[in-house]
Every structure is written in C-alpha cells, then in structure tokens.
Design a binder for this molecule. Structure first.
Ligand SMILES: [Zn+2]
Length: 400
C-alpha cells in the first residue's frame, strides 16, 4: 500500500482519484476525504516531490507551506470530480419539469477517461480500488438527492439520470407508470388495442385521456385476454394501461375515470396504480369466461332438439379458426366447456349461454368451422348454425 501511495502521490491526481484507489481500505469516508487524508499522511511520511520512501523520516512541517492537492489538472479524471456541482445543476434543471420520487444516476465515461483509468490500474494494480464510474454515480446521486429531496433507488427508479461524460450531456429516461383497472366495451365494431383499420379502440378511449393527464408520450394496453372486434364485453375485464415517459406520475384517477366514462363505448372502474409485475400477472391469467351467443340456424329445429346441446359440456377439440389462420399457426387444442344454457327465441333462433375455459373460440363452437371444431352446435343439431351476436358476460375473478 505504501508503494502504491508513493507512486500515486508523484502523479498529478486529485483527492477523489487518489482516495478512490484505496476505497476498500478505509471505510466511512468519501474518496475525496480519504484522498485528502492520504495526501497528508504521505506528506508526513515522505516528501512528495522527491519521494524518499523512509517512513521514519517525518517531514510534517512542510505541510504548513504546501497546498494540498495537485497544481495541475488531474491526470485520471481531468477535473471531472472538481466539476460535479456544475454537472449536477444541469441535471437538476432538467428534473424540474417532471414529477418523480425516486431516481438513479448512470454514466457513460468518455474513451479518454476509460483509458486513463486503465493505464493507472496497470501501473498501481487494482487491489483496493473502486471504478471511476461507481464513484461518479454515487457522488452525483448525493448531490441530486440533496438538491431535490428525492431518494436514490437502484431497483425501480422513476427516472434515470444519464450522464454522457464525453460531452457533458445529461439525458433523462423517465420510466413508465402503470394503471390497473376494469373495462366494459358496450359496442360492437371496435378492437381492444389500437388498430389503424378502426377509428378508435378500447386502448385509445382509455389512453388518450390518460396521456392528457400524465403528459406522457405514448400508451400501451395490456388486457386480461381480449374479445373479438364484433363482440361486446359486458363483464368487467381487468387491464393495465402503461404510460410512457409521463411528466405527471400521479394523475387524479377519479378524474381519469370520469373522462373515460364520458364515452358511451367504453366504461372503466377500479383504477389504481400498479407495477410491471401486475402487467405480467394480467397477461398470464387464464380465467374462465361466460358468453352469451345469439345463434341463428339455417333451418328450424324443435324445442326438444335444443336439449341435445347439453352434450357440449366437456372437452372440445378445436383447430385454429379459419378466420384467424392468416395470423396464427394452425394448431389443434382442447378446451373445456363447463356449462351450457339455452333460451329459445324462435324455431331458428336461440340464445346460448356458455361458460368455458379461456382460449375457446365461441363462434367456432357454434358454427363448427367446417369440422375444425368438434363437437359444435351445427354438428349436434345437424343444421348449419351461425353466431350472429356475441357478448362476454362474465369473467371469473383473478387475485392480482
Ligand atoms: Zn481526478
């Protein structure tokens, strides 16, 4: 250690860069404090100019006449650690425009800095040192924390303050916020997610007011399953709306609910803030669903024939429906129908209430899709059947 200190003291290094090479030796000090202390010790032990390494040769009196610290620019950080406050100010100014509670500092050192550090380590070894990057992030974090009163968070920061040490630029990466809720889609003909073929969607009807309140840049919608464009969803379906780069992180959710519910197409309720983990849970949940299908037959059947439809209960084999084959691969799967109720309307028309496992295609359960789904309403009745209307009327509750 004495040898390393001797080598370092002859170079022009600032207190921070000096102290950092011994980070793992003296705890409880900042690198700058450690560096200052070591410089004092060094000045007492050996003359830092001529470096006579005899530790018994105390020359402490010289301290009074020497200014501690190098006269020239630091050969390791090139003045970076003497200019931290200036850089911090830049970041603090940028942070003023956004709402956040937690932050994280990151940096990309310039090539010049990386090379200087590597060269130094080659000379003196890396036994006790700490990387420059780590000190920068920590010390900068302290300055920002002090100025803003916000907390540093390494795990899930609201905002990442990223320093480009090549040109001194500061960039803010504002992490998304997530809002959980339940929606109903009360009309047919709009998709769940944004789709340019349609003039609106559940996503946009929720996302647009959300962007307005959060001043975010974009939204993403995560639903617990989805209904067909032509189907209504009268059940309350869980969803999460993700807002990218929000400048307001805690919008008034009651207000948002009111804004969305002005629409007659979509209603929301139970809005609350959540995290990315909830998105994962919402997307992977597979609750049972109950549907109401309006079935139209090509030719009339007797009321007692409809009784046969009870046999739909049980496993149904289903190959990927013809209507989605262009975007899904052709697979066969098995899903269970859990219960069936029939309400006759006319000899060619009835209502089918089906409870089934997630992922069962109901339109094909009715039509049979040319034998690709079996059993089906068409198959059991021996009459071609069509699903004229479809509603999701219940979604089993999932603990989130
Ligand atoms: Zn330095």
């Amino acid at each position: 250690m004495i040898e390393v200190l001797k080598k370092l003291i002859r170079k022009s290094v600032c207190d921070s860069c000096l102290g950092r090479q011994f980070s793992q030796l003296l705890s409880g000090l900042t690198n700058r404090e450690r560096g200052r202390a070591l410089r004092t010790v060094a000045a007492m032990m050996f003359d830092s100019g001529t470096a006579d390494a005899d530790p018994s040769n105390f020359s402490g009196f010289r301290l009074r006449f020497r200014k501690p610290g190098p006269e020239k620019e630091c050969s390791v950080c090139f003045g970076l650690f003497d200019n931290l406050e200036k850089l911090a100010e830049k970041a603090i100014k940028k942070l003023k425009g956004i709402e956040f509670d937690t932050f994280l500092v990151g940096c990309v050192p310039s090539r010049k800095l990386s090379e200087a550090e590597e060269k130094l380590w080659e000379e003196i070894g890396i036994e006790y040192c700490e990387p420059l990057k780590a000190e920068f992030n920590r010390e900068m974090g302290k300055l920002i924390q002090k100025a803003t009163g916000k907390t540093a968070d390494l795990e899930k920061p609201d905002v990442v303050v990223l320093f480009d040490l090549e040109n001194g630029d500061v960039e803010l990466r504002v992490n998304p916020i997530y809002i959980f809720g339940y929606y109903q889609k009360l009309v047919r003909g709009i998709p769940q997610c944004r789709w340019d073929k349609y003039r609106t969607s559940v996503e946009e009807l929720v996302g647009k007011p959300a962007l307005k309140l959060t001043k975010g840049s974009d939204h993403r919608f995560h639903g617990m399953g989805r209904e067909d464009v032509s189907a209504r969803c009268l059940a309350w379906r869980p969803f999460v709306i993700e807002i990218k780069e929000p400048r307001v992180r805690k919008p008034d959710l009651a207000k948002l609910e009111g804004m969305v519910n002005r629409s007659s197409f979509v209603k929301v309720r139970g809005l609350r803030f959540c995290d990315a983990e909830t998105v994962r849970k919402v997307k992977s949940a597979r609750p049972d669903k109950t549907y109401r299908a309006l079935v139209v037959l090509r030719s009339p059947v007797k009321p007692e024939d409809l009784e046969k439809l009870k046999s739909l209960v049980g496993p149904v084999r289903q190959r990927t429906p013809t209507r989605v084959l262009h975007r899904r691969s052709d697979l066969e799967r098995e899903r269970k129908v859990k219960s069936v109720k029939v309400r006759r309307i006319t000899s060619r028309k009835f209502e089918l209430i089906v409870k089934a496992e997630a992922g069962l295609y109901i339109k094909e359960l009715v039509s049979g899709d040319d034998g690709r789904t079996s059993p089906s309403v068409s198959e059991i009745l021996g009459v071609p059947a069509k699903c004229a209307e479809l509603d999701v009327i219940e979604i089993d509750r999932v603990e989130l």
